[in-house]
Design a protein around this ligand. Sequence first.
Ligand code: CA
Length: 227
Amino acid sequence: MRVLVIEDEHKIARALKKALEQEHYAVDVSYDGDDGFGMATTEPYDVMVIDRMLPGSYDGLAIIRALREKSIHTPVLLLTALGKVEDKTEGLDSGADDYLAKPFALEELLARVRALLRRPAEQQNTVLRSDDLALDTANRRVTRGNKDIPLTSKEYGLLEYLLRNKNRPVSKDTIMQHVWDYDANILPNTVEVYIKYLRAKIDKPFGRALIKTVRGFGYKLEDGEKK
Ligand code: CA
């Protein structure tokens, strides 16, 4: 899952990036409104964390309004130094999905980001499943059958993305855009390499493959019983 953080206070922005990366998200940071708005409209993010007060011609509220006008409905968590009721109302009216007043605990921010990511009806549950494979987004634990499967950060991110798009073919480009951040060193075969790592951990030892190759396109994670 890919996250955009728009926050002009570098110290907060860095802390957010670090905390979100520890949760296995791919994270891009922008330090001003104009640049942030540009990124928000050109890259496919799964969730955005936007500060209300930003330098440049777009503040947080203007960014959210402009995104909604462009029919970009990515969930947004709005950050603000102001904690008054009317500011909260204004934030939510502008199209933000949630609101967090500074100072906040990183744990609370992470919990809210998780909640925004599972907002669609089919993603209410914290556990994503396919067959006997389970990925618990609350404690980032992956199991198949009764076996714990330790994954690296990128393997986890890739598996979470495939599970959230279960039974749908996803292209290599789409995977790259949602699992890797803007600055990542991506080679043409990066996705293939990580799919191989993931298969070695979640499929090979179990004899029944969940990750299918869609030739010339990408991959699909399929429920075993749907075959
Ligand atoms: Ca600010």
